[in-house]
Write a protein that binds this ligand. Structure first.
Ligand code: ZN
Length: 503
């Protein structure tokens, strides 16, 4: 590789080091920090952000990057690095400094008004700030640039290369399949949850179970930690130091355990990143959608299967001997797969979840393109819930005011959640084709054998870092461009086996 490329990579290592420190301080803030340290921590974090931003936009950076591109990429790793650095550099330099400051200032302001509006259940308190936030996002799309649709520029922030023409058919396919399926489940009898609700689930035992299961599916606790925080997340600095968190509710154990499986999935991805690409952009995980595919894989596709429930029963019994008396793997499986339309996205089940996302996607697209007025938004929200999920919010709090994202200016983020579900189903189908010779993955899971599936993900996804774009990575691993069909097939089969209905 040429001299300019070498200079560029050593600069990227410095920038990455700053971001690793940010990650650790962010973890400390959520998990350990005493409350009085908050203002001090805000100063420290702001300094680190400013420092890494100025390293990125520093006057000679553009020249070094141009020169490295002119040298040409010798291999796919260098090509990946150059593509990612160009993208980050353009995104950092295309926005005028005064815009970045206006955006940050407005974000602080609108988070406050959103919080108050939600508390008081009064959309009008947030209305003006939201309108301005939409304006700012249109302005942002203008700086970042787009071909057909300003919303494309915003989607691209969170998933490189993502655009409306890709996402529209994915959601259309989902909508067509899921709406009738969920309506059919609505007429079925709900599973018996009394063994869950009539018991208390001590936090210490939940923590032990969560640790044991995370370890059993392959998380390396010598290169990571599990802690407790209000908002579960996975962070850390590098594959040798991956930290995830969970929260506990003694009234029900599923939030914590399935949250643990979810964060373990993110953690496994981080621990599996290619070590020869440490400190290089191409060595990072490949965007939010692929990251979410790994968390959803272990949480849902594996963790909510009948085979997994049967394998897990003795572990549950070890930590909750009296609660689990008489509970079978099938009872556990039915309980963790309750399907019912609800108003709140974060509490939604695997089947209805993507309709919550589809609604937000359609609304964001209309807001950014000027097809929906802010004043019409709250009712448009409720109308879409009624149309697609058959339920209507009795207030704004459980309706349009439930998510923090828009107050933070994050338009284009939501679709990555659904991409994760779609990718996970598509990857699992491809893994089955390679791994199921003598027996099914379910037969392996029932014995607690998760290694073959993890190793497949390591080879096809984790070890590939972000050398390819997310859509290219999925295509390379599965032989097919991203499609909603495997996910639809998976849900149909699952709902048929749970409820005996087909649509
Ligand atoms: Zn996640």
């Amino acid at each position: 590789m040429g001299e300019a490329y070498a200079t560029l990579m050593s600069r990227m290592k410095e920038i990455e080091t700053v971001s690793q420190i940010q990650g650790l301080l962010g973890w400390d803030q959520e998990v350990m920090m005493p409350p009085k340290a908050a203002p001090l921590r805000a100063e420290q974090m702001a300094w680190l952000s400013r420092t890494s931003h100025s390293m990125m936009v520093e006057s000679t950076m553009g020249e070094v990057l141009d020169a490295a591109e002119a040298e040409g990429a010798g291999d796919e790793i260098a090509a990946g690095n150059l593509r990612l650095i160009r993208d980050a550099y353009d995104k950092a330099t295309k926005k005028p400094v005064d815009f970045v400051e206006r955006f940050a200032r407005h974000k602080s302001k609108s988070i406050v008004s959103w919080t108050e509006a939600r508390e008081k259940d009064d959309f009008s308190i947030f209305r003006d700030d939201l309108a301005e936030m939409i304006e700012l996002n249109r302005e942002l799309a203008g700086y970042l640039g787009y071909e057909d649709n300003p919303y494309d520029a915003l989607l691209d922030i969170y998933e490189s290369g993502l655009c409306v023409s890709q996402v529209d058919p994915l959601f259309a396919g989902l909508r067509e399949a899921l709406v009738p399926l969920i309506a059919a489940v609505g007429d079925c009898e709900a599973p018996d949850m009394s063994w869950v609700t009539s018991n208390n689930w001590p936090e210490a035992a939940q923590a032990q179970l969560s640790h044991e299961i995370s370890s059993a599916i392959g998380f390396d606790f010598d290169a990571g930690r599990r802690d407790k925080s209000t908002h579960p997340f996975c962070g850390g600095s590098n594959p040798d130091d991956v930290r995830w968190t969970t929260r506990y509710d003694e009234a029900e154990p599923f939030g914590s355990l399935y949250g643990s499986l979810h964060e373990t999935g993110h953690g496994l991805y981080e621990q599996g990143r290619p070590r020869h690409l440490d400190f290089q952009p191409a060595g990072h995980a490949d965007g939010l959608g692929v990251h979410e595919s790994q968390s959803r894989l272990w949480e849902n596709q594996v963790g909510r299967s009948l085979a997994f429930s049967e394998w897990a029963i003795p572990h549950w019994s070890e930590y909750f001997p009296s609660n689990m008396n008489g509970v079978t793997g099938e009872m556990l499986w039915r309980s963790v797969n309750l399907v019912a339309p609800s108003l709140i996205r974060v509490e939604a089940d695997e089947a209805t979840y993507n309709l919550h996302i589809m609604i937000r996607y359609e609304i964001e697209k209309q807001l950014i393109n000027g097809d929906l007025d802010v004043d019409d938004l709250p009712d448009a929200w409720d109308d879409m819930y009624e149309k697609f999920l058959g339920i209507r919010s009795p207030n704004r709090k459980q309706g349009v005011l439930q998510d923090v994202h828009w107050s933070m200016g994050a338009f284009g983020y939501f679709p990555t959640y659904t991409l994760g579900n779609l990718y996970s189903a598509q990857l699992l189908v491809a893994a089955r084709a390679d791994l199921e010779n003598d027996e099914t993955l379910e037969e392996m899971w029932a014995r607690g054998e998760f290694e073959p599936l993890l190793q497949w993900m390591r080879d096809k996804v984790h070890a590939r870092g972000s050398i390819l774009s997310p859509a290219e990575l999925v295509e390379e691993a599965t032989g097919q461009a991203p499609t909603p069909q495997p996910f639809i097939d998976y849900l149909r089969a699952k709902i048929e086996s749970l409820y005996g209905v087909a649509a």
